[in-house]
Write a protein that binds this ligand. Structure first.
Ligand SMILES: Cc1cc2nc3c(=O)[nH]c(=O)nc-3n(C[C@H](O)[C@H](O)[C@H](O)COP(=O)(O)OP(=O)(O)OC[C@H]3O[C@@H](n4cnc5c(N)ncnc54)[C@H](O)[C@@H]3O)c2cc1C
Length: 418
């Protein structure tokens, strides 16, 4: 389709606005948080509603804005996606389908999947029928992604996977995972990996929940025991998983900047915003306190700077005026700012940050949010790893020293072995 045939952004905006007002429920400020007061039953209802909203968007021609029409998308531009995000502000959206389903998982399928894999899965994702997870981190270490110990052994037209993945958010209610596995132990670690598509509820996949200190049980650990995956579910070439993996991590760092993701403008990355700081101050009876007013101002400034920085990075990467590695700057900002916002709320809450009662309104979350604040600096790859990317691949500084780069993975000393 030539650019003249593409729906004009303003016309698209009007169409989206009319449909949203007619079909979606208004909601208060939305936070993408790991805070949970919901029971499992309530969480499953919320997942079902997200699938339903995604299906409604699909039927209305508002899903997969930047995805080619042959895979069920709209074939439009990041500007159309931004218009949709703007119009969605204040309305419900399919939160659980954005990260990691649309990015990085769908983005990886689009970039590295076979034609059959794309046609099989991308329309199903756009309709809300498939929710995808990243099976990347392992108990032996998450940052050293190339050090994966989960093994895949060829058996005719199938592969047999064994090992364990961990910290998979939401695996218990999702459908598919992208799984990085080791297919060759006799070459250096980066050269012996392969990526597979894995149905999460396949025989041989055991999903166990992990409870965090705030009672949230979204994290899971998966144990893979002789799980059979057809070769047609392999992504990319055998032993070339690191090529897929570097693209995968780029899409992961893009997070909510990605033009593949539908997130209402103003939705907070992290779990707090200036409006939450305001609510905490109101419930604490400290709105008139000058120190508290400064903190609310700081939270507001972080919101504004964050929106603009992420927009600039997103535009720069989409128009190729910035390298893809610049996404690491957005990643660091999101992590540091989310942790700072939770610290701000904790400071405003005063004593209620340490001891609260059920009728304390917004104050009831400040203590546990403060204790959980580092998750924003870890999930989606740690900010230390993002800083390494900025130093080596954006600023061109010398590479980090590694001792295992040219050693066959089988011979690399490690605490646990296969
Ligand atoms: C909210 C959240 C959601 C997550 N969701 C998923 C998911 O869906 N799927 C999934 O697979 N994983 C997920 N994870 C796991 C996450 O990707 C890992 O926790 C992360 O990559 C760090 O790995 P690790 O915990 O093993 O820490 P380690 O790798 O052991 O790191 C420990 C510390 O050392 C630092 N460090 C390690 N190596 C270096 C280095 N080379 N240079 C500088 N510093 C270094 C780290 O930055 C960190 O501070 C999630 C984590 C969180 C918190």
């Amino acid at each position: 389709m030539s650019t003249d045939e593409i729906e004009n952004v303003e016309a698209f905006r009007q169409r989206a606005r009319a449909w949203i007002h007619e079909n979606l429920r208004p909601v208060g400020p939305v936070a993408l948080s790991l805070r949970r007061e919901r029971s499992d039953e309530q969480e499953l209802v919320a997942v079902a509603r997200d699938r339903e909203v995604q299906r409604m968007l699909f039927d209305a021609g508002l899903a997969g804005i930047c995805i080619p029409p042959e895979y069920g998308g709209q074939g439009l531009t990041p500007d159309h996606q931004q218009a949709l995000n703007d119009e969605l502000a204040g309305y419900e959206f399919a939160m659980r389908l954005q990260v990691p389903t649309f990015t990085p998982c769908l983005a990886v399928l689009l970039e590295f999947g076979t034609e059959d894999q794309r046609r099989r899965h991308i329309p199903a994702i756009l309709k809300g029928e498939e929710i995808w997870m990243q099976l990347l981190s392992e108990p032996s270490g998450g940052s050293d992604v190339a050090g994966a110990l989960t093994s895949a052994v060829r058996d005719g037209d199938e592969w047999i996977l064994n090992g364990s993945k961990v910290w998979t958010t939401g695996a218990w209610w999702s459908d598919w995972g992208l799984c990085l596995a080791r297919t060759n132990w006799d070459v250096p670690k980066h050269r012996g990996l392969t990526v597979f598509l894995l149905p999460i509820h396949e025989p041989g996949v055991e999903v166990r929940r992990i409870e965090m200190l705030n009672g949230n049980k979204e994290f899971c650990q998966e144990f893979l025991s002789d799980v059979r995956v057809p070769d047609t579910d392999r992504v990319g070439d055998i032993d070339e998983g690191w090529t897929v993996g570097t693209g995968w991590m780029f899409h992961e760092r893009m997070l909510y900047n990605s033009p593949l993701v539908t997130v209402p403008t103003g939705t907070t990355r992290g779990s707090a915003s200036s409006s939450s700081a305001l609510d905490v101050a109101r419930d604490a009876g400290r709105l008139a306190d000058p120190t508290v007013r400064d903190l609310i101002g700081e939270a507001r400034m972080l919101d504004v700077v964050g929106e603009e920085l992420q927009r600039r990075i997103g535009d720069g990467i989409a128009t190729q005026t910035m390298s893809g590695e610049t996404s690491a700057i957005g990643r660091v900002f999101v992590g540091v700012v989310a942790a700072r916002r939770m610290t701000i709320q904790f400071e405003i809450a005063g004593a209620a940050g340490a001891a609260w009662s059920d009728d304390d309104g917004e104050l009831t979350h400040c203590g546990t949010d403060f204790l959980m604040r580092q998750t924003s600096c870890i999930g989606g790859g740690t900010i230390e790893m993002a800083r390494n990317v900025i130093s080596e691949r954006v600023l061109g500084m010398p590479r980090e020293r590694t001792l295992d780069r040219d050693v066959a993975f089988r011979d690399v000393p490690r605490a646990s072995s296969r």
